[in-house]
Design a protein around this ligand. Structure first.
Ligand code: FES
Length: 274
């Protein structure tokens, strides 16, 4: 069993959990994910690692309540435990010295999984410019953490309540317009956001990495549930990813597959709520 050592609701429906999982924390690296199951009836939930503390033996997860399973997870309290917690899974981010200027983009709760990547980029000596996007200021997360490890932070909100009014691509365009030399963009967020970022960087020839979170079942390359078209190849996000070249990902099929199970998700949510 894996104990919830800290639970905090960052904004309505968005939760921060620190989970006691020393063996996972010991091996975790930026860009990887875990799969958890709340109880025996619970379905498996893949979540990208938002932080890890090897000494404390904890993994930080940020998640948003979007369906029955995340609702079940959110019903757990500090001191209670989760049945299964498997990881770290997936390939870690490719990070080294002398990569240059890296623009780390997080949209919505995607800011959380981009944080350990930005931190590792910073620790390797690269220049990190972070762009954080949210619908409104009050649901922006991890701003302090991102400021602590970034050379510069730009904020974009849909309603203009904080930072530039617009999307993360609006802030990215500002960097391009001022002549910033960008060596790589790493973007994590909703599919539509990652696609927009990839389309913005494609004509500029800027290497763009996205982290995908498709439907997953086993998380170990056995079921094919997480398959994604990347260029000419079919990849499994759980073992080949979750990071891929954003210019090669077929976002249309990825997003339509994610929408396929909405009726079942709504049914499961109604079942849990009633
Ligand atoms: Fe089953 Fe990736 S989740 S192959």
């Amino acid at each position: 069993m894996f104990k919830i050592l800290k639970k905090q609701e960052l904004s309505p429906g968005i939760f921060h959990y620190d989970i006691e999982a020393p063996r996972v924390a010991k091996k975790a690296r930026a860009g990887q994910f875990i799969v958890l199951r709340v109880n025996e009836e619970g379905e498996r939930i893949p979540l990208t690692i938002a932080d890890f503390d090897r000494e404390a033996g904890t993994i930080t997860l940020i998640f948003q309540v979007v369906g029955a399973s995340t609702q079940l997870l959110a019903s757990k309290n500090e001191g209670e435990s989760i049945l299964d917690f498997v990881g770290p899974l997936g390939q870690p981010s490719e990070i080294s010295e002398n990569m240059g200027t890296i623009v780390c983009i997080g949209g919505g709760i995607g800011v959380a999984p981009v944080y350990p990547i930005a931190r590792a980029m910073h620790e390797a000596g690269n220049k990190v410019i972070s762009i954080l996007g949210a619908k409104t200021r009050d649901i922006l997360i991890f701003e302090d953490r991102m400021r602590a490890i970034s050379d510069e932070v730009l904020i974009a909100t849909d309603d203009g309540s904080y930072g530039v009014k617009g999307f993360v691509t609006t802030a990215l365009q500002q960097l391009v317009d001022r002549g910033e030399k960008i060596d790589q963009v790493t973007a994590i967020g909703p599919g539509v956001m990652m696609r927009s970022v990839a389309e913005a960087t494609r004509p500029l020839g800027i290497k763009t990495i996205v982290s995908l979170n498709p439907v997953m079942v086993d998380g170990t390359g056995m079921c094919g549930g997480c398959r994604v078209q990347v260029g000419d190849e079919m990849k499994f996000a759980c073992v080949d990813g979750p990071e891929f070249d954003g210019h090669l990902v077929d976002f249309d099929s990825l997003m339509s597959r994610s929408r396929m199970f909405r009726p079942q998700e709504a049914q499961a949510r109604d079942h849990i709520c009633n």
